[in-house]
Design a protein around this ligand. Sequence first.
Ligand SMILES: NC(=O)c1ccc[n+]([C@@H]2O[C@H](COP(=O)([O-])OP(=O)(O)OC[C@H]3O[C@@H](n4cnc5c(N)ncnc54)[C@H](O)[C@@H]3O)[C@@H](O)[C@H]2O)c1
Length: 437
Amino acid sequence: MKQPTEIKPPEGKLGVLLPGMGAVATTFVAGSMLARRKLAPPIGSLTELAHIRLGKRTDGREPAIRDLVPLPGLDDLVFGGWDLFPDNAYEAARNAEVLSVEHLDAVRDELSAVTPMEAVFFPEFVKRLRGENIKKQTNKMELVEAVRDDVRRFRADNDLERCVAVWCGSTEVHHEPGEVHSSLAKFEQGLAKSDPGISPSMIYAYALLQEGVGYANGAPNLTTDIPALLELSQERSVPISGKDFKTGQTLMKTILAPGLKSRMLGIRGWFSTNILGNRDGEVLDDPDSFKSKEVSKLGVLETILQPERYDALYGDMYHKVRIEYYPPRGDQKEGWDNIDLIGWLGYPMQVKIDFLCRDSILAAPIVLDLALFMDLAQRAGFGGIQEWLSFYYKSPMTAPGLYPENDLFIQLMKLKNMLRWMKGEELITHVGHEYYD
Ligand SMILES: NC(=O)c1ccc[n+]([C@@H]2O[C@H](COP(=O)([O-])OP(=O)(O)OC[C@H]3O[C@@H](n4cnc5c(N)ncnc54)[C@H](O)[C@@H]3O)[C@@H](O)[C@H]2O)c1
């Protein structure tokens, strides 16, 4: 990754392509439309609200992030996507029951105009869903071509300068990477032969990367986290990032665990359970889809707490995560955590968390930030994995052989230093010796 000498300005319109137009995607689209009309505030978004310190604490320079790096405005965004259900974004948002009817009706015309293109869908990858808005081709390479045609048409119809994609589709069943994913050449042969190891999300990602469109993965399924698509993203110099938006319970975990560890407090057990009743919850009720989520949710504590280094504190920790599908709760998830701590001389303590959150309300600003930062990465000439966007993910993608950084505060420092580095600003180490010289 080279420090950019210049970042291309965000001229013209940016297309935001969303494979999967359910609760998260429509909450993001409707929210962006409301925010750009100043009908509701874009709370939770760094690209819209956060400031960044530059130089010394005494310099008094703290511009908004969007004044440091060139980002498109909300007015420059055009939305599109794919779904196996034909509902337009207004209808899908009404079904998702996240935003109020008053909010949705305020942007009804614009929202209704966002209609899903036909999906690439194989039921063996998402077992609980059946829909009719599906592409008819059966060969996987032909499906790639159909998605590429969609992207070109969307670009031409909307007079777009650039596009970026954020996967907001259902979680696909858990798969280990296999031979077909091990190189680009094998993957392309696999597409021609419709290899069963190639999932719908991989077909979208391959097609989008070939079209020069950056791809952010909001779900835990592998998709671009395989050597073949990493190779393609590097070859085409297109950014990729993932996996799995870090929203409710895992966000809390990556806030709390670094704090407990920083004080060298031990943990004997961490039990997390959730009830949720949206379509995501229904899909995750299938054990194979839940397996993808479980892997992503369990990984965070391991890398934060380093049990291999701190055996006495975390070597025996029992970590359990459960998700229960409970329809009455809809998108308004409830997440409980029980943490069994150990302190000085081994004395036990407990922490209980009851987080009454709204899944899609937490995820929507992440989609916005990822779309804008992935576009920034593209304009700065960064291809391949964008590890500086780990801040947004439960299971951050890293260079092969590198362990991910899951501590939210290190992730934020990394993100901000990356923005400073892009603009040739001094990096902030927080040593601060110069104030005392
Ligand atoms: N909301 C959160 O807090 C959160 C956090 C982390 C990850 N996620 C992930 O984000 C994704 C979206 O969540 P959601 O709550 O919007 O779910 P949702 O079920 O409301 O929406 C997913 C949509 O994807 C569509 N879909 C599935 N397979 C598709 C395919 N192959 N092509 C096109 N469309 C397809 C479904 O029809 C559905 O409309 C899920 O994978 C979820 O696990 C959500």
